[in-house]
Design a protein around this ligand. Structure first.
Ligand code: ADP
Ligand code: MG
Length: 491
């Protein structure tokens, strides 16, 4: 399991040779909590504008923030889930800037002393290799409000519902090496957050957004100058943004130019990035410890208690599937990516051949669901029902080929597999006497072919199998047919 082959494959060919892409991500993940980081206002998505705003969130004079223990617990839980160091001492700072949707004139965030330090996340690459991506830190901060520019032709409105909602900013090391890895990283992080129940991961509702830092270099060179693409809000856009940005930078450098460190925006419609502000104009936030908040001191026993109550995480689950069901690392990785899929698979596989169950879930079932854009929880075929079909394959009642036909019917009608097989008379014929008769007929009808086969044309064997299958309406047990045919043809 080396990563070297992979890294070689990732290089981009330019006019002056191969280039390596370097990516580090800063992901903002909204904490799953009933109320905000420093106030008791609600956090539910989709409320009427300004329906969930306390005096603290609106920054009324003299209001004091009070830390929400649940949000702290969620941050610690997340830190433990990404194998990170939990800092028992952390500090909240004020990050000062002016913006219309930030009534206090500062955001409360953690700067020098974050609640979570270094950790790591494992990526399962499609070629079966694994990549370990370093996590630099995770810190807690407040979200700002939202400016609404599309409500009136002449005015902008402000919605403060998001103001004060807890975010976890999760910063990665510059360890990612391709757009594919960047996409997989975001996906894996989302999977972990969802297993932990610390963020719902709904990117289309803004619960997770990524700032993507991209630079390029010749392999072996020091890191190049990076550009930061702000607020990318889907997996697909992350992949597109990295690809576009890397090529843009390579073209500039190969054209004799230099990359200026800057913040850029990704235009979803055009598929390109464009400049937002350069580092020269970058803000000086004048961070200083928030005088309204004491340093956050965690009790080690409390952290250990959270650790002891963590659910089974995707990597553990994956390893269990490899061990108990004999799956490949990649297949196991695909099945654990969504918890609903993992639970479905386990129910269908229980007491059956794991590999067979995995193939059916990832092949026929995913194929049928994808065609209709359905999630696994909307599947017309339940895990138990699929298990019923697998039983019929495993005990030889139907062949794998017939099973596909049965599955289609199950998916369309919701009927159990056994019933469909019985109604349509699809049972496989394994009866030796019956199959011998079918084989004798085929041999009698094709004397020339039999002579050719016996004369050494081995390839004709498939022809005979095909004829027997045809004459039995595809119901002959292929294993039994093979054995009997070999004997009879040997003459
Ligand atoms: P800032 O806070 O100014 O954005 P950081 O040093 O905290 O700067 O880095 C932010 C992100 O940029 C991190 O995810 C880091 O991995 C990434 N990064 C740093 N240097 C590079 C580089 N040369 N190329 C790509 N990403 C980088
Ligand atoms: Mg940054």
């Amino acid at each position: 399991m080396t990563a070297n082959k992979n890294l070689q494959d990732n290089l981009i060919r330019g006019e002056t040779g191969d280039w390596e892409i370097v990516i580090g991500m800063e992901v903002h993940a909204q904490v799953l909590s009933e109320s905000k980081l420093f106030s008791s206002a609600a956090t539910a998505f989709g409320a009427e504008p300004n329906a969930q705003v306390s005096f603290v969130d609106a920054a009324m004079p003299g209001m004091l923030p009070v830390i929400n223990k649940k949000c702290v617990e969620q941050a610690v839980r997340t830190g433990l889930g990404i194998n990170a160091k939990i800092n028992l001492h952390s500090v909240f700072d004020r990050k000062n800037y002016f913006y219309a949707d930030l009534p206090s004139g500062y955001q409360i965030s953690q700067f020098k002393d974050p609640i979570v330090g270094k950790g790591q996340i494992e990526l399962d690459m499609p070629d079966g290799s694994t990549r370990t991506i370093g996590i630099t830190r995770l810190h807690l901060e407040q979200d700002a409000g939202k400016s609404m520019h599309d409500q009136s032709p002449t005015e902008s409105y402000i919605d403060l519902n998001r103001s004060g909602v807890a975010l976890m900013e999760i910063v990665s090391e510059p360890d990612l090496r391709s757009s594919e890895e960047a996409g997989l990283y975001l996906k894996k992080l989302r999977t972990i957050l969802r297993y932990l129940g610390t963020c719902d991961g709904n990117m289309d509702e803004g619960s997770m957004r990524a700032d993507v830092n991209v630079s390029v270099r010749k392999p072996g060179d020091p890191l190049g100058t990076r550009c930061e693409i702000k607020n990318v809000n889907s997996m697909r856009f992350v992949v597109q943004a990295v690809e576009y940005e890397a090529r843009r930078q390579i073209e500039i450098i190969e054209g004799g130019g230099v990359i200026k460190q800057e913040t850029r925006l990704f235009d979803n419609a055009k598929g390109e990035t464009r400049s937002m502000r350069s580092k020269e104009e970058a803000h000086d936030y004048r961070y200083f410890p928030d005088p309204d908040l004491l340093p956050l001191i965690l009790d080690e026993a409390w952290v250990n208690h959270i650790k002891a109550t963590l659910p089974e995480l995707p990597d553990d689950r994956k390893n269990r599937y490899i061990k108990d069901f004999g799956l490949t690392s990649y297949d196991a990785g695909v099945l654990v990516a969504e918890k609903d899929t993992a639970v479905y698979f386990e129910n269908a596989a229980k007491g059956r051949e794991g590999k067979l169950a995995a193939n059916w879930v990832m092949g026929e079932l995913f194929g049928a669901l994808n065609k209709e854009n359905k999630t696994i929880s909307e599947s017309p075929v339940s895990a138990d029902a699929l298990g019923g079909l697998l039983d019929l394959i495993m005990n030889g009642t139907i062949s794998g080929r017939t099973a596909k036909e049965v599955f289609e019917e199950m998916y369309a009608s919701g009927k159990p597999a056994a019933k469909i097989v019985e109604e349509k008379g699809l049972q496989q014929v394994s009866d030796v006497g019956e199959l011998e008769k079918a084989i004798d007929d085929v041999i009698a009808q094709n004397p020339d072919k039999v002579a050719e086969y016996r004369g050494g044309k081995d390839k004709l064997f498939g022809f005979f199998v095909g004829q027997v299958m045809k004459n039995t309406g595809g119901k002959a047990n292929p294993g039994v047919v093979n054995d009997l045919l070999k004997k009879k043809l040997a003459g």
